[in-house]
Design a protein around this ligand. Structure first.
Ligand code: TIU
Length: 234
């Protein structure tokens, strides 16, 4: 059993029944010239989550934990893109149009893919999702159930949009989830703070909040006692 210092209280999990979920670490959100910037955002605010998320990703791999990635985006023919999502707002360039990193939020384009630092490796499923929530119109729940996963460790962008929506979906499906505050990021500092407050309020109404340092400490203590760690499997 791993124990991680967290709010509103300690998060306990078994390495074998827990997944690290890496949400939407796509170039389209964290680099200039993509979907995030098209909405008027300063993408540099998101990049600071990448180094701590990379440390967590590497530690989870070394501990033999199941890792799963998500990407927000659409089929090249845009047949899964609701008109409401396409037409919302007044962006100068819209989903499906060609930007500096290819077609915005379209599967197969350079911008739609995950940043190099956090790129998935063999054995780590990538779930392509058309919405903000990772469970909506995807096989994520089936994959997690098949693997016997009951708890989630969450990193990703953005905190108040895809991370918060996915965490709420996970909560309603019976998963316990902890979000690592320095491994998630928002274009809006006040939303970052409040989105994390909302998760842990009311006794953990949506889940737990910790950070990479506290999580790595808890994982290291537990990993020493797992067969995967003892065998040095990564
Ligand atoms: N705009 C914004 O903050 N986020 C998104 O559109 N998608 C995700 O959060 N992945």
């Amino acid at each position: 059993m791993a124990r991680v210092d967290a709010e509103p209280y300690e998060f306990e999990f078994e390495v074998g029944t827990t997944a690290l979920m890496m949400i939407d670490f796509q170039r389209d959100f964290v680099y200039p010239g993509g979907f995030g910037e098209s909405l008027g955002n300063d993408t540099s605010l998101l990049l600071k989550a990448v180094p701590p998320a990379k440390r967590v990703l590497e530690a989870c791999r070394a501990a033999g934990m199941f890792v799963i990635h998500t990407r927000e985006g659409h089929r090249p023919d845009l047949s899964d893109l609701p008109p409401a999502k396409l037409h919302r707002g007044s962006a100068p360039i819209r989903i499906g149009e060609v930007g500096a990193m290819g077609r915005l939020l379209v599967r197969g384009s350079y911008g739609h893919d995950i940043v190099d630092e956090l790129a998935p490796i063999e054995g780590e499923p990538v779930v392509d999702k058309p919405g903000k929530g990772a469970f909506y119109a995807t096989d994520l729940d089936a994959i997690l159930k098949m693997k016997g996963i009951r708890q989630l460790v969450i990193c990703g962008v953005t905190t108040e949009v895809c991370v918060n929506t996915s965490m709420r979906e996970a909560n309603d499906r019976g998963y316990d989830a902890v979000v690592l505050s320095d491994c998630v990021a928002s274009y809006f500092p006040e939303f970052q703070r409040v989105a994390l407050e909302m998760i842990k309020a009311q006794g953990g109404i949506v889940g737990w909040v910790s950070d990479s340092e506290r999580f790595l400490k808890g994982l290291a203590a537990a990993a020493g006692s797992t067969p995967a760690a003892a065998a040095g499997r990564s």
